[in-house]
Design a protein around this ligand. Structure first.
Ligand code: CO
Length: 211
């Protein structure tokens, strides 16, 4: 019988014991509730764990992950997470974090057929199409996929700004949107400085007059 999953259960015991050694009230405190200041929208890739790469603890980051960190305005899962994080947890920052070497981005750059997932990756093909001239001027394939990874993050931050949820928050308080790319090869985050603090940063057709 396959036993490799046992490693996870054993690992969990070590985790719980280690936390209690440094703080006997660690779990008692966490059980009282969460007040994270950040919502993380990242890739499902196993090499990009939100807490680990930001050196944060349980309770600090509210997390949503999907293939290639996409913000799709009809994705009820993402929109529910976004609404809960903004309206009820009152997070101050929403971070879209892509990563270099993203399999989803690379797959979207090809004409290969994978199946249902190609419908999801279509969103990245749209980002490619919008930026085709810039991207096809980059000869090196790796560098081109790195640039598409960055452009994809920028587009997803814009998609966040277009949501009723984010704009409703902006009508009442400050909320910062950020676009980052993580380097799987060096462990470092590159801040793309695509910070949005208000709907002025997106085209007026996407504005909602919220009173
Ligand atoms: Co990825």
């Amino acid at each position: 019988m396959e036993k490799s999953y046992q490693k996870l259960l054993e690992g969990n015991k070590i985790f719980a014991e280690t936390k209690l050694q440094t703080d006997p009230n660690y779990f008692t405190k966490l059980s009282k509730g969460q007040t994270p200041a950040y919502l993380w929208i990242g890739c499902s890739d196993s090499r990009v764990p939100a807490n680990e790469i930001t050196n944060t603890e349980s309770g600090e980051v509210f997390v949503h992950r999907n293939i290639a960190n996409l913000v799709i305005h009809t994705d009820t899962n993402l929109l529910s997470v976004l609404e809960y994080a903004i309206k009820f947890l009152e997070v101050k920052h929403v971070i879209v974090c892509g990563h270099y070497g993203c399999g989803g981005v690379k797959a979207a750059m090809t004409n290969n057929f994978h199946g249902f997932v190609d419908n999801w990756l279509r969103n990245i093909k749209d980002v490619y199409f919008k930026n085709k001239v810039e991207l096809e001027a980059i000869e090196d394939e790796e560098k081109r996929s790195d640039r598409l990874t960055e452009l994809n993050v920028v587009e997803q931050v814009r998609n966040l700004a277009k949501t009723t949820i984010v704009q409703e928050a902006w009508s009442k308080r400050e909320l910062h949107l950020h676009g980052w790319v993580y380097g799987v090869h060096n462990g470092l985050v590159k801040d793309l400085s695509v910070i949005h603090n208000g709907k002025e940063d997106i085209d007026s057709i996407y504005h909602f007059n919220i009173v």
